[in-house]
Design a protein around this ligand. Structure first.
Ligand code: HEM
Length: 242
């Protein structure tokens, strides 16, 4: 095994996982008030209203795709009767739908960050690094899904990338499998490790604070500003008669 293979497919992944874990513990202990998405909804809402849901729902679909295609072994899907050909069509079509939503969402969000001055001035260096990595990772993912799998010859990443990835968590990595994968898949995975290492130091930590408990908490009644300053006549208490 060459030292480049060792570095790219064993050292980098384990280093990124370690930084991810220790970084989150450090951020939680030292910066709980900064543990937020640092939302800019107050600065601009029209573009955000379109860009954010497209990006986030598309990303959820892509995460589901990674679980099915990478975490679940091909032998399991075969055992329930899903052939490689069926999986290929499913992943290419569903992946393309996800990437279209993510792509449009990302373009809107990046345009908003650059073109809307009130949003641009809130953008930190870490934000810029996150956006650059997202553009690279998502661009490469789009090329894999559309250029290779949807309209191209296809590539069975479940026989290489997926086995290497699962092996990392089973302390049985197979770097030689990644070393033979096409460069698109290699570059996608390498840039993903950089994003994973940067994650705890960025606004991406908001992903772990989804307000799930909101679903079960008591209702909070909000009143509109107008009704607060001009109470409806029917609700206005009548003055006591003298
Ligand atoms: C080391 C970790 C990762 C590995 C091994 C990996 C692997 C892959 C593979 C093999 C594909 C092609 C799927 C197909 O053609 O059907 C893909 C697609 C994609 N990946 Fe990743 N990926 C990783 C991390 C990430 C991360 C962190 C992101 C997001 C920031 C991401 C976003 C995408 C997107 C948007 C696509 C295209 C849509 C889709 O097919 O789901 N990936 N990835």
């Amino acid at each position: 095994m060459t030292s480049a293979t060792l570095l790219a497919w064993i050292v980098l992944p384990y280093l990124a996982i370690a930084v991810f874990a220790v970084g989150h513990a450090w951020r939680w202990r030292h910066d709980q008030f900064g543990w937020t998405s640092l939302s800019t909804q107050l600065q601009e809402r029209r573009l955000l209203m379109w860009g954010s849901p497209l990006f986030h729902y598309g990303t959820l679909a892509a995460i589901a795709g990674h679980v099915i295609g990478i975490l679940i072994p091909a032998s399991w899907t075969a055992a329930i009767g899903v052939s490689e050909a069926t999986y290929h069509v499913f992943s290419a079509v569903a992946g393309t739908v996800a990437i279209v939503a993510i792509g449009i969402g990302l373009v809107i969000l990046v345009y908003r960050r650059v073109a809307v001055r009130r949003v641009a001035v809130t953008t930190s260096r870490v934000d810029v690094a996150v956006y650059v990595l997202l553009i690279v990772i998502i661009g490469l993912g789009a090329a894999e899904t559309i250029a290779v799998n949807l309209i191209g010859p296809g590539y069975d990443y479940r026989a290489t990338v997926a086995i290497w990835f699962r092996g990392l968590f089973a302390a049985d990595p197979h770097p030689e499998l990644m070393a033979t994968a096409p460069w698109l898949y290699q570059a996608h995975a390498i840039s993903a490790w950089f994003l994973i290492a940067l994650w705890p130091f960025s606004r991406l930590v908001h992903a772990w604070s989804y307000p799930v408990l909101y679903l079960g908490r008591p209702w909070i009644v909000y009143r509109g500003y107008r009704s607060a300053v001009r109470p409806r006549p029917s609700l206005t208490p009548t003055a006591p008669r003298r």
